[in-house]
Ligand binder design. Structure first.
Ligand code: WTA
Length: 659
């Protein structure tokens, strides 16, 4: 499917009367009332919600400061602590005994952590960080498995006002190195190894390798959580076991009260240049949106068991694991493993065992589990009791109607609304999404903006298009959880998100979209820049190209995406070697070596699915690579485009064939 363009179904799924009745935002009229409130008094709307849903140590008097646009500020003179909002306020309200986290390990072992326990663990670790000299504003890189400790590390940073930068455990030493240096990191929190799908995968040795790449003098401390007990080298004076950090530390740690604009975290993500960008989020505005979306999109209630399957290394694992559900006092699952271990029934078994009521995952996972269920009847969801579910969610990439319908029928039993949530690392939380008690669902459409969010589809000049036309997705007004800047590169922030083409006034999401001619529902048609979406993970084509050309064999490389049944998009690389074009077995071997090279440079998620070798790449007479032709070749389409500007048309035949 071409990312959503033809991916919308005409079936309508209105919410049942029962769902509407019980939902926090109940009925279309309630949704429209919120939208109207925001239209009539934009700042008043957000101020009301920020007062009602966030606990402030010092209340704010300013709401939105636009004086230095597009560096917008929200609630700037208010003070708060995010960890206080996630933990203390629930314990103070008598919910200390409530289970906050249900941790299920790769091997199936389950650990429950109450709010009181979690607060104690966060406080001890926070005290330990302070004892090691880590202070408010310091950058701390977290390279951890999915674990209670991963959440504790993030919350402890928030508690002392340190800025965390979580790096997904699948990224390479080089990627870790880049992120350590870009942020001027003072401490790294990691684990010896991680368990995933019955395998032990290294973490600490990757950190060691990244530090050995040089230029990381800012890193004074490396804290190592012992997960597997596998051997790992400890450098005296720098490396310290987690147990030692918390030893003797009290379970009380006064939160560091910070201004609402104090950065809560950086999260690196791919853009259209080779260099990942450190997306900077605030404390107050970010927290507000994490709370509102958890309460309204997921309709989280005190008795729910919530499960977001995302890793804490991605933004979804930030907003809907580490912050949103905790800030709302919810009970949630934290899962260490992978959906196919020990078998592809793992998710369904866990939903059954833990009586999960709200389940949030990515279309890629659904598509791969559909395949598994079709080939292995024993892991078909019908073999499990999924009756505890009441709401399903999807995130990260367009969900094709066939996968949507399967999810709806086989997982949701035809009774659970699916919230197809469109958002980005930069937006902090959901932007365009159904609300369960409001929206009539259309498979493949993320439907309507979250109340208060002003989204539009515009043309190249920034003029709003009439419904029914495809164009560029923008957000027309600043919102509380928006990206504040790119760490260390405010110019890139302005250029990437508030381009002059739109007079610096519109937030450019980087996605194309269209609105349904009748309902105004949004459908995302895919990225309009050189960013690919592989299994819901963002990857810049330039990053992969730079990795490829850094291999001594490679002269030139161009990377494009092509549709893939399971991963949404797959990476296809066209490579010119410094030596003659290889064929047959040799081509296979070199392609394999190059794939592993990319895994080592960036991480296994960036491995091209296919590599094709050519004597050259299709170029214009001025030497520009014609990527649209490569995209057609990768898809296996006949070339119907105009190739008159192509300098070397014969190259197309060569690149047509997979090597
Ligand atoms: C894509 C993940 C269609 C989109 C939260 C966006 C989606 C990018 C959806 C952000 C959705 C995310 N439907 N496309 N429901 N959700 N996307 O930063 O292209 O990892 O720009 O944030 O994923 O990816 P990111």
């Amino acid at each position: 499917m071409s990312a959503g363009e033809t991916g919308r179904s005409t079936h309508l799924y209105p919410p049942s009367a029962e769902v509407v009745k019980k939902a926090t935002i109940s009925g279309m009229a309630a949704y429209q009332a919120l939208c109207r409130e925001a239209e009539q008094d934009y700042t008043g709307y957000w101020a009301r919600l920020a007062k009602e849903h966030v606990s402030w140590q010092k209340p704010f008097t300013q709401v939105l400061d636009e004086s230095n646009a597009p560096f917008y500020q929200w609630f700037a003179d208010g003070r708060l602590n995010v960890s206080y909002n996630c933990l203390d306020r629930h314990v103070d309200a008598g919910l200390g005994g409530k289970v906050a986290l249900i941790f299920e390990a790769d091997d199936g072992q389950v650990t429950r952590v109450t709010y009181k326990d979690l607060l104690g663990r966060v406080a001890r670790f926070a005290n330990g960080l302070k004892a090691r000299g880590i202070r408010k504003g310091d950058r701390v890189l977290i390279y951890m498995p999915m674990s209670v400790e991963g959440v504790v590390a993030m919350q402890a940073c928030a508690r002392i006002g340190a800025i965390h930068s979580v790096v997904f455990g699948g990224f390479s030493a080089k990627s870790v190195h880049e992120r350590i240096r870009d942020a001027g990191t003072v401490a790294v929190i990691t684990a010896d190894e991680q368990y995933r799908g019955g395998k032990n995968l290294p973490l600490k040795s990757v950190v060691d390798e990244s530090l050995a790449l040089g230029g990381c003098d800012s890193v004074r401390t490396v804290i190592v959580y012992r997960r597997t007990g596998g051997t790992c080298a400890m450098v005296a004076g720098r490396d310290v076991p987690w147990e030692e950090v918390v030893a003797g530390q009290p379970e009380i740690c006064e939160p560091e009260w910070v201004d609402a604009e104090h950065p809560l975290f950086l999260l690196y993500t791919s853009g259209s240049t080779g260099q990942p960008k450190g997306v900077q989020h605030s404390s107050g505005g970010y927290l507000l949106h994490a709370i509102l979306t958890t309460k309204w999109t997921f309709d989280l209630k005190p008795d729910d068991v919530f499960w977001c399957t995302a890793d804490i290394g991605w933004v979804t694992g930030h907003t809907y694991v580490a912050y949103g559900p905790l800030a709302c006092g919810g009970t949630q699952i934290v899962f260490e493993g992978v959906p196919v271990y020990p078998d592809a029934g793992r998710f369904w078994r866990m939903i059954q065992d833990h009586k999960v009521s709200i389940f949030y995952t990515a279309p890629t996972a659904i598509r791969s589990l559909i395949k598994a269920a079709e080939t292995t009847p024993a892991v078909h969801p019908s073999k499990y009791d999924l009756s505890s579910l009441r709401l399903l969610g999807s995130v990260g990439e367009p969900i094709n109607p066939a996968a949507w319908e399967w999810y709806y029928e086989h997982i949701g039993g035809g009774r659970c609304p699916i919230v197809d949530t469109f958002w980005q690392t930069e937006t902090g939380g959901h932007m365009i999404t159904p609300l369960p008690g409001v929206t009539t669902l259309v498979p493949g459409s993320c439907t309507l903006p979250f109340p208060g969010i002003q989204a539009a589809v515009v043309d190249e000049a920034g003029h709003e298009l009439e419904w029914g036309k495809s164009g560029i997705l923008v957000v027309t007004k600043p919102w509380p959880s928006m990206i504040r800047t790119i760490w260390g590169d405010p110019e890139r922030f302005k250029k990437s998100y508030f381009p002059q083409d739109f007079h610096g006034k519109l937030y450019l999401a980087g996605d194309g979209a269209s609105r349904d001619a009748e309902t105004g529902y949004f459908t995302i048609t895919g990225r309009i820049d050189d960013v690919l979406n592989i299994s819901g993970h963002r990857m810049g084509t330039m990053e992969i190209e730079s990795a490829l050309v850094s291999n001594p064999l490679v002269a030139e490389a161009a990377v494009v995406g092509r549709p893939d049944d399971v991963t949404g998009e797959a990476i296809c690389a066209f490579v010119v070697l410094k030596r003659a074009r290889p064929a047959a077995e040799e081509a296979k071997n070199i392609a394999n070596d190059l794939r592993n090279w990319v895994a080592k440079e960036i991480g296994p998620i960036a491995k091209p699915k296919e590599i094709r070798f050519g004597d050259n790449l299709p170029k214009t007479r001025s030497g520009k690579i014609m990527r649209r032709l490569l995209r057609s070749l990768a898809k296996g389409e006949a070339i119907t485009q105009d190739v008159s500007t192509l300098e070397n048309p014969q190259i197309l035949d060569q690149l047509k064939q997979a090597s």
